[in-house]
Every structure is written in structure tokens, then in C-alpha cells.
Design a protein. Structure first.
Length: 153
């Protein structure tokens, strides 16, 4: 009798927040799989909104314990387009942009690249308009703000 590999499906909503840019920032991720839900958040004292958007996705993917089919929803075109389109050119150019400048946030892009293109997950990227009433996005936004608040504690 052969073993059947069961693939888990998880839906993830991520968001980042920054009070000042740069300034204190937070990231949040809301994860849902079948009947299970999980909230993640964290923050940094001096960061940017784009770094927090990237951290939210990185932290959510790192939290997965086994290979999953992932529907990842985010309101950041920067992250979605960066990981699905721009990253291939950056890597080919030694982490330089088309104008030969160093890629901003290369440390986080490299970390995300390892998770996405070198990891075990099948990820579908979805963009959602921020602050438009989508329940998952609103929850991720609230978690990101909770991450900002956690800085002062």
C-alpha cells in the first residue's frame, strides 16, 4: 500500500504599516486553513512600509510547517510584482535594477526568493485593494498596526 501525500491548502492575507516612512513599522499576517486560523504580527523601531510588506509575507511563509498550496492576498503591488516579475531581472543583473542601482531591500528579497522559488509551496499571488472592506485584508491591516504598537512595549 502506498502512502498518499495530502497537500494542505492555506489562505494568507498580509499587510505592512509604518508610522512615518521611515519610522516605527509593523507587519501582520492572517492565515486560514480549513477550520484553523492563525494571526501573526511583529514590528521594528526604524523601518519602511515596503520592508514591512515584505516581512509580512516572509513571516507567513516561514510559519508553514509542511508543503502547502497557498493563496496569498496582499495589497502591495511592490511585493506582488517584485516577486513575480522584477526579481528575475534583478537576479540576472547581480541584484541591480535596470538603471544599475542596487535593489532596495535586497536582503529581504533574497529571503523571500528562497521561500518562493526555492521552497516547497505552490503559491498563487492575488492583489486586493487595501482599505476597501475586504475582511481578510482588514484583519491583516489591524495585525500590522498591532505590530507597530508592540514596538513601544
Amino acid at each position: 500500500m502506498s502512502a498518499i501525500q495530502v497537500e494542505s491548502h492555506v489562505t494568507i492575507y498580509t499587510d505592512g504599516a509604518c508610522k512615518g516612512n521611515p519610522g516605527p513599522g509593523g507587519w501582520g499576517a492572517y492565515m486560514k486553513s480549513a477550520a484553523h486560523e492563525r494571526d501573526l504580527f511583529g514590528g521594528e523601531p526604524n523601518t519602511t512600509n515596503n520592508r514591512m510588506e515584505l516581512m509580512a509575507v516572509i513571516q507567513a511563509l516561514e510559519a508553514l510547517k509542511r508543503p502547502c498550496r497557498v493563496d496569498l492576498w496582499l495589497d502591495s503591488q511592490y511585493v506582488r510584482q517584485g516577486i513575480t516579475e522584477w526579481i528575475h531581472g534583478w537576479k540576472a543583473k547581480g541584484w541591480r535594477t535596470a538603471s544599475k542601482q542596487p535593489v532596495k531591500n535586497a536582503d529581504l528579497w533574497q529571503r523571500l526568493d528562497a521561500l518562493v522559488h526555492g521552497g516547497p509551496h505552490e503559491i498563487k499571488w492575488h492583489w486586493v485593494k487595501g482599505h476597501a472592506g475586504d475582511p481578510g485584508n482588514e484583519r491583516a491591516d489591524a495585525l500590522a498596526n498591532k505590530g507597530v504598537e508592540s514596538i513601544g512595549r
